[in-house]
Structure formats: structure tokens, C-alpha cells
Write a protein that binds this ligand. Structure first.
Ligand code: ZN
Length: 277
């Protein structure tokens, strides 16, 4: 009897043990799902990559390498860029600077080379006897304003000479050579063709309307008009090109003024003005 009872006991304990183990397993299974979602998550993620290929394991790895090739492609473009960077360095941007060639700045008897103003920039400002006078639009506007203001001060400004072509300057210079006897002597009073500030359209010879006898003469220095100009012309952007004892060693010209108040004119006269300062 005892052995039978003990056998029952063993059986019961075995069953309970099995039940406990079973419960434990089921509990583990119940607990896993929440903890293991990471595992299933990793499993579903690959599919999108594999989406194209139904074969799960093998396609994944072959798919990865094709993703790598694009990387080598990106390093290649930088090489192309570096190549494209080289040309810009080579691109001779100096060419535009060529027109300004400082080496061209070789003075002739103290006169500096100048180019003729662009015809479309020239505007008629007045006339001197039968000759119509033109100035660059910038100088023309400034001169007209100055002339009006001078009038209110009882000063009558007269434009004697404005723009002059190289051909016209050639005629003038030739006459001057005939009078003075040599190019060098002529250059003291007149610029050789290609070297006159009048070519620029920014230079003007100013006279006194009331005293025509002082036109282009040193006596102009003694007129009220000249005194007014020395005091106020600067307000309108004009300065005397050849003051007494100028560094270009061109003779004193109290009647010859140049407009230097715009970037364009300042660039044109940059070299000449460097002699003054
Ligand atoms: Zn002049």
C-alpha cells in the first residue's frame, strides 16, 4: 500500500512538474513576443530590399555591392571638377587688362597716349566761331551745370575746344611744327596726335566770353573767369591738367581743364593724375 501511495505521489509530482514546466514555457512564449519584436522587425526590413527578388538570403548580399559602385562614381566627379578648375586658372583673364597696358604709357615729349572717345558718347555743347564743339556726355553735363552757375556769379564761361580727333590733332601739330621749327618745340604747346587729352572728350579749353583776346593765351590767367574756375571748377569735377611746373613738363595751360569726377574719366586720367600727387 505504501508503495502504491508513494507511486501516486511520484506521479502527481511528475504531473505537477510537467504542468509547471509547461506553464513556464508558455509564459516564456507569451513574454517573448514583446521582447523579440526586434527580431521580426529585422526580418521584415530586408524584404523591401529584396522586394524585387523573391529569393531571400542570396539576393541580399548581391544587392549590397551594387549599392557600393555608386560611391566610386562620386569620387570621379570631383576629379572632373578638379579638371574643370584647372581651365579657369589657365583662362587668361589678363587679356582684358591688355588694353590698359601700362607699358604703352610711354610719354612723348611729356604727353601721355589717349584713345578717341566713342562717337556715341559725344554730345554737342556749343560752337567756337564756325566750329561745332563736342564733349563726352559726362563732361558735357558737368560743364553745362558749371556754366549756368558761373553765370549767376557774373562769369561767362566759353567752351573753346572740346573733343578732338587724332586726325584733327595731326593737322594742329603739323602747323605747330611749322611755327616752332621742330616736333620737340611744337610739343611744348601742343600734344602730338594720339597724345592729346582732347581725344578723350573729357578735356576742354575754356575762355572768357567777355575777353576773347585772352583765348588760349597765358593772359587768361589774369581774368576773373580763371580765378572763378580755380575756386569752383573742382565742385563740378574739373581740374587744371597742366598747372605751372607740372611733372609732365608740359607748358602751363590756364585754359585747359579735364573732367575727372566719374569712374570712367578717372580711369582714363589715372596715370596723368599720378604725376600730380
Ligand atoms: Zn586743351
Amino acid at each position: 500500500m505504501k508503495s502504491l501511495a508513494s507511486l501516486k505521489l511520484i506521479l502527481i509530482s511528475l504531473i505537477t512538474a510537467l504542468v509547471i514546466v509547461g506553464l513556464g514555457i508558455s509564459l516564456q512564449l507569451m513574454l517573448r513576443p514583446p521582447n523579440s519584436p526586434q527580431v521580426p522587425a529585422t526580418v521584415p526590413t530586408p524584404p523591401p530590399v529584396i522586394s524585387a527578388s523573391p529569393i531571400v538570403p542570396t539576393p541580399i548580399t548581391p544587392d549590397l555591392p551594387p549599392v557600393l559602385p555608386p560611391r566610386p562614381l562620386t569620387p570621379q566627379p570631383p576629379q572632373i571638377q578638379s579638371n574643370s578648375e584647372i581651365p579657369p586658372v589657365v583662362t587668361p583673364s589678363p587679356p582684358p587688362a591688355l588694353p590698359q597696358i601700362p607699358t604703352q604709357i610711354v610719354s612723348l615729349y611729356g604727353h601721355l597716349p589717349y584713345q578717341e572717345d566713342e562717337p556715341q558718347r559725344l554730345v554737342q555743347v556749343g560752337s567756337y566761331y564756325n566750329r561745332i564743339e563736342y564733349l563726352d556726355i559726362e563732361a558735357a553735363e558737368a560743364f553745362n551745370r558749371m556754366k549756368l552757375d558761373a553765370k549767376t556769379n557774373g562769369i561767362s564761361l566759353k567752351l573753346i575746344s572740346g573733343f578732338r580727333s587724332i586726325a584733327d590733332q595731326e593737322q594742329l601739330f603739323t602747323k605747330q611744327i611749322q611755327r616752332r621749327g621742330s616736333k620737340e618745340a611744337a610739343s611744348k604747346l601742343s600734344a602730338p596726335p594720339g597724345y592729346s587729352e582732347h581725344h578723350t572728350g573729357y578735356a576742354i579749353d575754356i575762355g572768357d566770353e567777355q575777353q576773347p583776346n585772352t583765348d588760349l593765351k597765358f593772359e587768361f590767367e589774369d581774368t576773373e573767369t580763371y580765378r572763378w574756375l580755380t575756386a569752383y571748377a573742382g565742385n563740378y569735377g574739373f581740374e587744371l591738367s597742366f598747372p605751372r611746373n607740372n611733372f609732365q613738363k608740359v607748358s602751363f595751360e590756364p585754359w585747359h581743364w579735364r573732367y575727372v569726377a566719374s569712374p570712367r574719366s578717372q580711369q582714363i586720367f589715372a596715370t596723368a593724375r599720378s604725376f600730380l600727387h
